[in-house]
Structures are given as structure tokens and as C-alpha cells.
Design a protein around this ligand. Structure first.
Ligand code: TYC
Length: 101
């Protein structure tokens, strides 16, 4: 038997698709104190004080701001925990998630 009869004719390269990252988005409101927003951004998302202030001010001025990106389950858990922390204080603070393009 010739060598070529044993060789596969096509080489199948398995495609390993990277799971999409999801954005966590901070949404502005008129009631949550700025300092509280900054504290949540530092505690839940590990932002520095400077980064947290920039994200808070951007959401305040533009209506929303991307905080960070994570695998889907991490993004959803962090957004829920951060939103719940606001609700526990009676604030309408809101974090949402959406898949990155
Ligand atoms: N707009 C709020 C205020 O003036 C502060 C704030 C900023 C609230 C960003 C939510 O996502 C937010 N007290």
C-alpha cells in the first residue's frame, strides 16, 4: 500500500471560539450620591479612586459608561451585586450588561 493511502486527505483544524466578553455598564440616575457610586465601583470592580471618579462622572454627563468587561457569568454577577448594593440603601443605582461586538 502506498503511503498516501494511510494519510488523511484533509486536516480538520478544530475551531476554538473564545467566549464573548460582556460589558458591565453603569447607568446614570438623579438620586444616587456620587460618593456612593465611586465606593461601589472601587469595591465591586476594583477600580482605583481616580478610575472610579472618571467612570462615575462619564455616566453622570453622558447617561452611561462602560465599567469593565468580563466573561458573561462574572459580568452578570458583578452587575447584580452592585445594583443590589444600591437598592439596599434605597438608591435606584443600576448596572446592566451586554455582549461585546
Ligand atoms: N447623577 C448622580 C447625582 O448627581 C450621580 C450618579 C452618577 C448616579 C453616575 C449614578 O451612574 C451614576 N447625584
Amino acid at each position: 500500500m502506498s503511503d498516501s493511502a494511510l494519510k488523511p486527505k484533509t486536516v480538520v483544524k478544530p475551531k476554538t471560539e473564545r467566549p464573548k466578553l460582556h460589558k458591565v455598564i453603569l447607568v446614570n440616575d438623579d438620586y444616587t450620591p456620587r460618593g456612593f457610586v465611586v465606593t461601589i465601583l472601587q469595591g465591586e470592580f476594583r477600580l482605583s479612586e481616580d478610575q472610579a471618579n472618571r467612570v462615575m462622572i462619564t455616566a453622570h454627563q453622558k447617561g452611561s459608561c462602560v465599567v469593565s468587561v468580563f466573561p458573561r457569568d462574572v459580568a452578570e454577577t458583578k452587575a447584580a451585586r452592585a445594583t443590589d448594593a444600591g437598592r439596599a440603601k434605597g438608591y435606584p443605582l443600576m448596572f446592566t450588561t451586554e455582549p461585546e461586538e
